[in-house]
Design a protein around this ligand. Sequence first.
Ligand SMILES: *Cc1c(COP(=O)(O)O)cnc(C)c1O
Length: 232
Amino acid sequence: MNNIAANLAKIHDRIDKACLKTGRNPEEVRLIAVSKVKPAELIEEAFNSGQILFGESYVQEFRNKEPLVKASVQWHFIGGLQSNKVKYLRGKVAVIHSVDRISLAEEIDRQWGKIDSSVEILLQVNVADEASKSGCAPENLENLVRSIAPLSNLRIKGLMCLPPHSDDPEQVRPFFRQLCELSAQINKLHLPGVSMTELSMGMSGDFEVAVEEGATLVRVGTAIFGARIKKV
Ligand SMILES: *Cc1c(COP(=O)(O)O)cnc(C)c1O
């Protein structure tokens, strides 16, 4: 087995164990291979090892790389997004994880409207209230959901967070739990067209804890592809 195949197998094994520990069905958890900064060949290699979902963070890099990947992967955009760059993702990504403001949602709606289609989005929540991070403040989430929900060319599928890094994943657990609680609160409102089913949380250092707290999409880069040389 090559490295990537072996790494993927190990991660699936760890996801399965975290599910077993908490009585979850492993089929509820999907693995996104975060391939930012990694070349198309490695993406193809992971695809050939059974990986289908790939996450990218930088629009310019995605524009360059996407045409080079011939395999029928499913792209997820997980990075910070400026409205004027949404057009480069139009029709190419299945899910945008980083929607945190109405202006961005409106532009996504407008772009997917042009191709008579719709895209799934997740709302990014700044759970730790960090000045340096994007994401909607938890207290503004309900208003954001209410303003985005009527847009017809996108569907709100759930929430995403990028909590502060810690070498001890237990330090991050409360943030994962908070995201899960926010999702339950929104679901209780029974807003038309809003059903939060996805929780995008957990990275290489903490995905097991995220799974224990209800993650349905884990975003793992380093543990699959190795360290990134360029800055993240
Ligand atoms: C880079 C990145 C990841 C993956 O991080 P690793 O620690 O390499 O697993 C996950 N989510 C987002 C939003 C990222 O930018």
